[in-house]
Write a protein that binds this ligand. Structure first.
Ligand code: SAJ
Length: 428
């Protein structure tokens, strides 16, 4: 089998590399010529543990080749995997333009006996309602001439290669033949269990349900954290104690939910539910709570500065972390961005430290990149990301009087004892 992977991003590239490593001939397709060039030199455009080595190996062996010519790839391959992005539009509806465009390209090269596999995260029914009709514009008929399958990728960024080869994989096809063929294929790259579901829509929905589960649970933790703050008790202690219950697993409160998945996928469910006249009330509210968290952090900053008789306008503020979560360089949908915007809007001087994120990206956010030492000199320090490096922060490293810790990775008492005004999400 010759495999073509459409979309060489955070999921597509590792997927292509793993199939190449498993012995398949793989053509990777991307519309960005810079990405194609880098990959053909064996250089990974994304940071992901283990990917550099793996990519270099499969490119050197000639097992993986990248191209911008999708039609060529579709004509050559007999298995086509679609892993293109599905962002959220400004009105919070799904933007399926990349999926539609990739489907058109695949359709032009589609042959009898081909299998099309969709991995892109999509609102349920997208495969059958949108992708399938485009594929059939080729004149071929699904089931009779070609197969169609949906299988969501569930790997965690920063641990992608391990999870891709060990997590359980859900597969749902348009017919039994498609499903079985995909099972045989993915079995070659994963030791994880393969979970067969009855149809494509179930497989599409599974992916969204997983991320919605997490987003909703984080919203619950965030709401409880704010309530605990008002009670003057420590939410982190309370959550830890509650989690001794064998059937309770409260999540960790923080400054909001970032990343390309949790903050977007729930809206795909909302969109599809609304289209069917069902109101996704809890899911929508959870999103709202999480999106408001950066403004809760802003309030903590204002309150703390107020306690010292200062205000945002005449303070310099050092943000620790603009990555959406600890130990990654990814800033997509990061809660740090709305906080920085609000602070600048209110007239604060904002500097940012992040050990992973490039200075250009920090500058593009309108803030000045600085070293950790410099950031810790600010009047007010705001820890936003749970990078391991920040777990080592000690009271004597801080020069300012106010420390806002939006992640529960430091002990409040330690700082308060030294006269620092310490506030945190969920902290008394
Ligand atoms: N977060 C909290 N509290 C928590 C857990 C996370 O505030 O208790 C925050 C994080 O700091 C971050 C955001 O939530 O800002 C999301 O982080 P994450 O590590 O939970 O998830 P992602 O977005 O990096 O990856 C998720 C994963 N999904 C699940 O765990 C259900 C991953 O397995 C998926 O493959 C990925 O989404 C995806 O591609 O959909």
């Amino acid at each position: 089998d010759l495999i073509a992977v459409f979309g060489l991003g955070h999921i597509g590239l590792p997927t292509a590399a793993l199939f190449a490593k498993a012995g398949f001939e793989v053509i990777g397709v991307d519309i960005n010529p810079d990405i194609v060039n880098l990959i053909n030199q064996g250089i990974s455009p994304i940071i992901e543990p283990g990917l550099d080595e793996l990519l270099l190996e499969v490119v050197k062996k000639g097992k993986l080749k990248a191209t911008g010519d999708g039609e060529y790839a579709a004509r050559k391959a007999n298995i086509m995997i679609m892993v293109v992005p599905t962002p959220l539009s400004a009105d919070r509806s799904s933007d399926l333009s990349a999926v539609i465009s990739a489907s058109k390209t695949i359709s032009k090269g589609l042959k009898k006996g081909d299998l099309v596999i969709v991995e892109s995260t999509v609102p349920p029914t997208t495969c059958e309602r949108i992708i399938l009709p485009i594929l059939e514009e080729s004149g071929l008929k699904v089931s009779k001439d070609f197969g169609l399958v949906y299988t969501p990728e569930r790997a965690l960024p920063n641990n992608t290669l391990y999870e891709m080869t060990h997590n359980a994989r859900v597969i749902g096809g348009i017919d039994e033949k498609s499903t079985e063929r995909a099972i045989t294929l993915y079995d070659k790259i994963t030791k994880g269990e393969i979970v067969k579901v009855k149809d494509i829509v179930t497989a599409e929905m599974v992916k969204l349900m997983e991320n919605t589960y997490r987003d909703t649970n984080i919203a619950l933790a965030n709401e409880l954290a704010i309530i605990c703050e008002s009670l003057g008790i420590d939410a982190i202690d309370a959550i830890e104690a509650a989690n001794y219950h064998p059937r309770v697993n409260l999540h960790i409160p923080g400054p909001g939910v970032g990343g390309h998945c949790l903050s977007i996928d729930p809206y795909f469910i909302v969109e599809m539910a609304e289209a069917r006249g069902v109101h996704a009330r809890l899911i929508r509210t959870a999103r709202q709570i999480n999106e408001e968290m950066p403004y809760h952090v802003l309030q903590l900053i204002k309150d703390a500065l107020n306690d010292t008789g200062a205000s945002i306008q005449d303070s310099n503020i050092g943000i620790l972390g603009v990555a959406y979560k600890g130990n990654v360089a990814d800033t997509r949908e990061t809660p740090s961005k709305p906080l920085i915007d609000a602070l600048i809007q209110e007239g604060a001087q904002v500097v940012v430290h992040d050990p992973y994120v490039k200075n250009e990206i920090i500058k593009a956010m309108g803030a000045e990149p600085v070293t950790l030492k410099e950031a810790l000199k600010c009047d007010c320090i705001v820890l936003m990301t749970d990078h391991d490096e920040y777990r080592e922060i000690e009271p004597n490293m801080i020069h300012g009087r106010v420390f806002i810790c939006a992640r529960p990775i430091l002990q409040p008492e330690k700082f308060k004892e030294k006269g620092i005004i310490f506030k945190g999400v969920g902290r008394p």
